[in-house]
Each structure stands twice: as C-alpha cells, then as structure tokens.
Design a protein around this ligand. Structure first.
Ligand SMILES: *[C@@H]1O[C@H](CO)[C@@H](O)[C@H](O)[C@H]1NC(C)=O
Length: 227
C-alpha cells in the first residue's frame, strides 16, 4: 500500500468515526413514515439533575408523534416531548411522569420552537412554546436522570434505544437541537426563540454535534426562502 492510499484510508476512517458536525443553518429531514429512520445524538453525560431541551420542528402530522425522546435503563421516558393528537396537548414526560400542556397553537406547516425545562430540586417542569411560557407543573423530584442516556430524534423509544412505533414517528424537519444540564434563564430562552446569540447546549450542541444516522434521514440546508 502506498502512502497516498494510506492517507486516503485514514481520511475515510476519520470522517466515519469523528462524526462531530457543525449543523448551523442545517436541518434533519425525516421524509417518510417509518419505524427505522432516526438520528441518535451521542453524549457521554450520565447524570442530569436539571435539564433544558430546545428544538425547532416542522410537520403536518395530525396523529401522535414524538419530537424528542431520551431514555435511560431505569426510565424509558426519562425525558420525552410528545404531541397527543386525541387530547390536543403537548406532553413533557420526565422520569416517566407526564405533564400536559393544553391550548398551544400547534399549527401544521410551520416551524415551532419548543424549550422544556426541569429541575430535580423543585420537581417543576415548564415548556416554552414559540416564545410563550406555559405554567410550571410538577413531574419528578429528588433524583437525577441517570445512567446510560440514549437520545433519539424522529422516533419514540418504548425500550432503551428501540421498540419504535411507526405511528409515533416524526415526518417533517427538525433543527437547532440543544440540551443544557441546567434550567435556562427566560432571557436565554427568548434569545433561542428569536434566533439571537444564545449559549449553545453543553450536553448536546447543534453546532458541534456527534450523531449516528439510521435509515432515511437527510441533512440539508434549512433555507426555504430566496435571499
Ligand atoms: C398504525 O396506524 C394505522 C392506521 O391507523 C393502523 O392501521 C396500523 O395498524 C398502525 N400500526 C401499528 C404498528 O400500530
């Protein structure tokens, strides 16, 4: 094997392993209903005593669907953001306990920015939906989200890392996924909602994200207008 060949092989290996990507201005497109297409962002964090999860999504689904799914071996719905179409409510599940948020204007065919916070000290969970805060509801207190954390975008985990339900999959687009290990101030959340300069996630950072792609998910430019 000549030197050029070795260099080429090394480059190929590096691009497939070191999958840390700056996804600024990009989005994940989940183009069809499957139970096999998803993104798995990787993190080495194993303990979250507080959390903020932010994302922007775009869909026309009328049925139930998952927007964000985090599981640990002891809590399948360690942190789950889920649209319940029958009850027209956005749900935040924290350590398998659900908080329901009603009356949100979850319109199809437009981007929605959602941030959800939880603090184990108070046990309170709050969702920010397109810049508007919901009431703060009690979910779970006293202990952290801990153990091996698996995050899945595009599907809902009914098992640690699997058992997806095709009828809960996301068909649409997703962008700007960030996770922090603390509750963001309302000022920071407003900055995220308005796409101003905000502190990127320290658990998952859209601008330096390591992830695996399963089946059919496309990474593409978020621009939909002509500039
Ligand atoms: C998904 O929903 C369709 C339509 O309601 C239904 O026919 C099908 O059995 C469901 N599949 C699963 C796996 O639940």
């Amino acid at each position: 094997m000549d030197f050029k060949m070795e260099l080429l092989l090394l480059l190929v290996l590096m691009t497939s392993c070191a999958a840390v990507q700056d996804l600024s201005g990009q989005m994940f497109t989940f183009p069809k209903q499957t139970k096999s297409s998803y993104i798995r962002p990787t993190t080495s964090v194993r303990d979250l005593s507080a959390i903020t999860v932010c994302h922007r999504t775009f869909t026309d689904l009328k049925r139930d669907h998952s927007l964000f799914s985090m599981s640990t071996p002891s809590n399948i719905n360690a942190f789950l953001i889920f649209w319940d179409s029958a009850n027209k409510e956005m749900e935040a599940h924290v350590k398998d306990t659900k908080a329901e948020y009603l009356g949100l204007d979850y319109k199809p065919n437009m981007w929605h920015s959602i941030c959800t916070t939880w603090d184990s000290a108070t046990g309170l969970t709050q969702m920010w939906f397109d810049g508007v805060p919901t009431i703060r509801k009690f979910t779970s207190t006293g202990s952290s989200i801990s153990g091996s954390i698996i995050i899945v975008l595009g599907q809902e985990q009914d098992d640690h890392g699997g058992s997806f339900d095709i009828n809960q999959s996301l068909v649409g687009m997703m962008s700007d996924v960030h996770i922090w290990n603390y509750v963001l101030s309302s000022c920071e959340i407003h900055k995220y909602m308005d796409k101003l300069n905000y502190t990127p996630g320290n658990v998952i950072n859209w601008r330096a994200m390591e992830f695996q792609t399963f089946d059919k998910v496309v990474v593409e430019k978020e621009e939909m207008t002509c500039i």
